[in-house]
Design a protein around this ligand. Structure first.
Ligand SMILES: C[S@@+](CC[C@H](N)C(=O)[O-])C[C@H]1O[C@@H](n2cnc3c(N)ncnc32)[C@H](O)[C@@H]1O
Length: 260
């Protein structure tokens, strides 16, 4: 006997990398999946929550795998919903923070398919927090900007110019291949001494961190061989972190001329 398919798509934020940084609601939804379409930056351990007979398809970008375009992913989601019913779309961090979650929801809903979104902990907040960096701190930073270094046209976001002129903490995602340009902009707006941290694979076993200032960070990136996926955090709050403070104290003792 054929059972009736009820197409439904749930976008789940998988969190920043540590498999324990997913929500309880996210785990419960994974346990009901008929099929899961997952991205590159999600922790594979999360797939253990998915029922054994459910299908799992990797749709992220990684060497050696077919590179799905966003249009292909959209088509696959629709096809899966009509074929399997309950589709889970598992995305890194939060689906609505540079995750194309909104585009996927708009497309799915245009087919009249029911959707749900389960928020995730974005790397933009969790990765700094894991190093003790408070994005806002009374008397130090009143706000924070989360910007993409690379827009959908592969260009540097104009917002980087605006953020460099503000007193806000600046968090840049997808900025590693535009790092030279980003540094140049911050220097142009007299931020050469601003504490800067770059964290690669934050909250995971492969985490790597580089610390410095706008002036020194390119050298640090080279020395430590830092690359994507990484976030760039620029602001006084970086040196306020109890975990990182001694690095900055030593830096200023060794180079008193850069004391601000
Ligand atoms: C396409 S965006 C997705 C962001 C995601 N939706 C979020 O909320 O974290 C991918 C970028 O997020 C950042 N990112 C994601 N996970 C990270 C991690 N664990 N450590 C450092 N950066 C990370 C990197 O800048 C990476 O290039």
């Amino acid at each position: 006997m054929k059972y009736k398919i009820n197409p439904k798509v749930t976008l789940i934020g998988a969190g920043p990398g540590d498999p324990e940084l997913i929500t309880v609601k996210g785990v419960k939804a994974l346990q009901t999946a008929n099929i899961v379409l997952y991205d590159a930056l999600i922790n594979r351990a999360l797939l253990n929550y998915v029922p054994k007979n459910a299908k799992k398809i990797f749709v992220g970008k990684r060497k050696g795998f077919h590179r799905y375009s966003q249009d292909e992913i959209n088509e696959l989601i629709i096809k899966s919903a009509f074929e399997y019913g309950n589709v889970i779309r598992l995305k890194g961090g939060d689906p609505f923070v540079f995750g194309r979650g909104a585009e996927e929801i708009d497309y799915i809903e245009s087919f009249g398919i029911e959707t749900a979104v389960i928020p995730g902990i974005s790397s933009s907040m969790a990765v700094p927090a894991s190093q003790g960096i408070a994005l806002t701190k009374r008397g130090v930073s009143e706000s924070f900007w989360v910007i993409t270094g690379t827009t959908s046209e592969r260009k540097l976001s104009h917002d980087v110019y605006l953020a460099a002129q503000s007193s806000a903490t600046v968090v840049i995602l997808m900025g590693m291949n535009k790092l030279n340009k980003i540094i140049e902009i911050f220097k142009r707006f007299d931020k050469s001494h601003m504490p800067t941290a770059i964290i690669q694979n934050g909250t995971t076993r492969n985490e790597k961190i580089g610390l410095g200032t706008i002036d020194s960070i390119l050298e640090v990136v080279e020395q430590k061989d830092l690359s994507a996926p990484a976030i760039i955090i620029i602001g006084e709050v970086v040196r306020e972190s109890a975990k990182l403070r001694s690095f900055y104290e030593n830096m200023y003792i060794e180079n008193p001329s850069i004391q601000t």
